[in-house]
Design a protein around this ligand. Structure first.
Ligand code: DI6
Ligand code: FE
Length: 418
């Protein structure tokens, strides 16, 4: 892919490639060669191979900036309408997230607002949210459905997600999460609702709307038996699966998902040792979501030490949604992953690069700066990558490049700069 054509040289940066074995301190006089949207070479500026030097037609002096892979937010619920700030107030008065959900609020509140919104209104709001994430270096974003809960509205939300990927210089991976909450029309009939969710998957797949399938397996979500039926339906269509598992209770969801070779299990505060072992054996990524933990004032920590010891790859994501994690800063999640979950800054950055790519099945193309990978990267006004996790509340991102092309944020909306 980069064998013959012209190349761009990006030089004079501290290169933090996140390639396995690369130094956490980065390469001081680092450089990249890109061509045809991909990385042709990465290393010390003085060591560019002569054969490649001859093909360079453009040169960018990066002025000593820190250079990392573009960030990957591997878990978001970006498409929805309405606000849940009133529930924030209710929780401050003592109501729990589960109380509000059981009383018909929570996810179902957002479903009512989302069903009432047009595709263009949903798109306009979601574009602005995606722009916030991108301004902090996000170049790949997973977007789930799950606030439609009908064949038509779930498809509408997935179409909006696809539109975001078409309109912005951003890689979008879509996840079908019809089994997020019980649709109000199916009150008391969760198994009949699961039949519907399974039926929709084939239609969504035929329309090219779905890259993966997810289920909220919990006391206030769906049972392991119901979850299994959705995972079976996904498997019969050849779709990869993920799971909202062990967030508010321990259902054994992680072990169940691992049985299906899940790409990831997400949340995991209630994960037990059997779940850890199953995930390790299946190579399933643990996606930790410190924003939801923080916003719901959870106290039970995900078993980070056990995940580490078992060699389970750990990713970090925003879980952006209006109810449990309304933030739009992946950098803040790096900070919280360290302060709340005691990840190291290096683990946190790997959690939004190499391991986040793996959680989306993109580990062979995204998440590290190495030959053959996509030329998605971010430049930061920072000296060391640890500062990405230690700082919070301001945005040190100087430039975002996707597929070798710089992005401009003129007017707040990301677009190709060239
Ligand atoms: N867990 C979450 O944290 C989000 N979905 C889920 O299954 C929250 C969704 C919401 O409250 O709107
Ligand atoms: Fe979520």
């Amino acid at each position: 892919m980069t064998g013959e054509g012209t190349l761009s040289l990006w030089r004079n940066a501290r290169l933090v490639s996140m390639a396995p074995g690369a130094s956490w301190d980065g390469v001081a006089d680092g450089a990249l060669l890109t061509g045809d949207g991909h990385i042709a070479w990465a290393g010390e500026g003085g060591a560019v191979p002569a054969s490649m030097r001859a093909r360079i037609t453009a040169e960018h002096d990066l002025g000593g900036a820190l250079l990392t892979p573009g960030l990957i937010d591997c878990h978001s619920h970006l498409v929805y309408a309405g606000s849940r700030a009133a529930e924030f107030e209710q929780r401050l008065q003592g109501a729990s997230y589960e109380d509000i959900a059981r009383a018909g609020g929570g996810i179902r509140h957002t479903v009512t607002a989302t069903r009432a919104a047009s595709e263009s209104a949903l798109l306009a709001q979601a574009l602005r949210r995606a722009a916030c994430l991108m301004a902090e270096g996000v170049t790949t974003l997973e977007i789930k459905s799950g606030y439609g809960l009908s064949a038509e509205c779930e498809a509408r939300c997935l179409r909006v997600a696809r539109q975001i990927g078409a309109q912005l210089p951003l890689t979008v991976r879509t996840t079908s999460l019809g089994a997020h909450a019980l649709a109000p029309e199916f009150a008391g009939r969760p198994d009949a609702y699961i039949d519907e969710v399974c039926r929709w998957l084939a239609l969504q797949q035929a329309e090219g709307l779905v890259d993966a399938v997810d289920v909220f397996c919990d006391d206030i979500g769906f049972s392991p038996a119901q979850t299994r039926r959705v995972l079976d339906a996904a498997r019969s269509l050849g779709l990869p699966v993920k799971l909202h598992a062990e967030q508010l209770s321990n259902q054994g969801g992680a072990a169940l998902a691992a049985e299906y070779g899940a790409l990831s299990c997400d949340h995991l505060e209630w994960l037990d040792s059997q779940g850890v072992a199953s995930m390790a054996a299946a190579g399933t990524v643990a996606v930790l979501l410190p924003g939801a933990f923080y916003f719901l004032r959870e106290t039970r920590l995900p078993p980070v030490a056990a995940l580490r010891e078992a060699g389970v790859p750990i990713a970090i994501a925003t879980d952006h949604n209006p109810g449990s994690a309304p933030g739009l800063s992946l950098l803040l999640m790096l900070n919280m992953a360290c302060t709340l979950f005691r990840l190291t800054p290096e683990e946190a950055l790997r959690g939004v690069t190499e391991h986040a790519a793996r959680a989306l099945g993109l580990q062979d193309s995204h998440g590290v700066l190495a030959p053959g990978y996509v030329a998605d990267f971010a430049l930061w006004d920072l000296e060391h990558p640890r500062e990405l996790a230690s700082n919070f509340g301001h945005n040190p991102c100087r430039q975002v490049v996707r597929g070798g092309r710089p992005i401009s944020f003129a007017g707040g909306m990301p677009a190709w700069a060239d």
